[in-house]
Design a protein around this ligand. Structure first.
Ligand SMILES: NC(=O)C1=CN([C@@H]2O[C@H](COP(=O)(O)OP(=O)(O)OC[C@H]3O[C@@H](n4cnc5c(N)ncnc54)[C@H](OP(=O)(O)O)[C@@H]3O)[C@@H](O)[C@H]2O)C=CC1
Ligand SMILES: O=C(O)C1=N[C@H](C(=O)O)C[C@H](O)C1
Length: 268
């Protein structure tokens, strides 16, 4: 079988570099393109140079040049960049794995629309551990539906620009869904001042930013006389990169459609 030709957007970012290393080591996929923003000092350089390797491609900002001959684009950038890439990929039949977080409703709708024209896997967290944790949370939420206050606490590195994390929001959506609630109706995104007593149907969020924390998520079910915590802690971005390449393989035989990591991992 011909190896799938992958490109990476945000090639010199934290995830971009981890993806390039993972793709070069994978064996059954090849690196066929790399994108970064106009004006980036990385343009024209080899995306594998930081590994002391040569990949045979150069980092481009022009989508036509950077995505020539590419089967699938893995995108961990910013919402505005991802949406621009999604429009181009949909128009040119290039599949996508999207890991970017921080989209508004219009952005999510634009991705769903692009997925009518090409195959897209879109998830706020590509790690196997987080996706299994989502299943555990669904089960736990049903068991703790009465008498337990639900709070979601997440911690990330000082460079993260969106809050709460996409993963924390997804955890909230899964828990709210299991309880027959809508997250937007029950979410308390932050607290300050005289907040009043806690609404028992609410789902609270707390965000920590600091240092080099890769990504920690804890869901607390606090009842009378006991509390239960379900936590996932990332110690390396490699799990996100492995999940992304696994998602690329999953999309190999899909022409159109919007999928998530639960589809990729057979957890639905
Ligand atoms: N789904 C998952 O499993 C995971 C998701 N993420 C998400 O991935 C995204 C990227 O994270 P991370 O790698 O840490 O971020 P970085 O800031 O390290 O990397 C982002 C990359 O995208 C580039 N970029 C910035 N703006 C644009 C744009 N408008 N168009 C195209 N490219 C752009 C940056 O270029 P420059 O530096 O020149 O600005 C940089 O190369 C975030 O949304 C994060 O939440 C992260 C980890 C796991
Ligand atoms: O920005 C990050 O780093 C991460 N972002 C994702 C999110 O917002 O959930 C996934 C992971 O937690 C790392």
């Amino acid at each position: 079988m011909t190896p799938m030709k992958l490109a990476v957007a945000g090639a010199s970012g934290r995830m971009g570099r981890m993806l390039i290393e993972t793709i070069l080591n994978a064996g059954d996929v090849t690196l066929a393109g790399a994108l970064d923003v106009p004006g980036s000092p990385a343009l024209g350089t080899d995306p594998a140079a930081f590994l002391g390797k040569s990949s045979g491609v150069a980092i481009e900002s022009d989508l036509a040049r950077g995505l020539a001959g590419v089967d699938l684009l893995i995108d961990f950038t910013r919402p505005e960049g991802t949406l621009r890439h999604a429009e181009y990929c949909a128009a040119h039949g290039i599949k996508m794995v999207i890991g970017t977080t921080g989209f508004d409703e219009a952005g999510k709708a634009a991705i769903a629309d692009a997925a009518k024209r090409t195959a897209i896997m879109f998830a706020p967290n590509m790690s196997v551990g987080v996706n299994v944790t989502l299943k555990l949370l669904e089960m736990a939420a049903k068991s703790f539906s009465e008498g337990y206050d639900i709070e979601i606490i997440e911690a990330h590195h000082r460079h993260k620009v969106d809050a709460p994390s996409g993963t924390a929001i997804k955890m909230g959506e899964v828990i709210a869904g299991a309880l027959g609630r809508k997250l937007d109706d029950v979410a308390v995104w932050a607290r300050e001042g005289v907040t009043g007593a806690r609404d028992p149907s609410s789902i609270g969020f707390a965000t920590i930013r600091g240092g080099d924390i890769i990504g920690d998520h804890t869901v607390l079910f606090a009842g009378m006389g006991e509390r239960i915590e379900i936590s996932h802690k990332s110690s390396s971005r490699v799990s996100y990169a492995h999940g992304s390449v696994r998602a690329a393989r999953f999309l190999a035989d899909k022409a159109t459609g919007l999928f998530d990591m639960q589809d990729v991992l057979g957890l639905k």
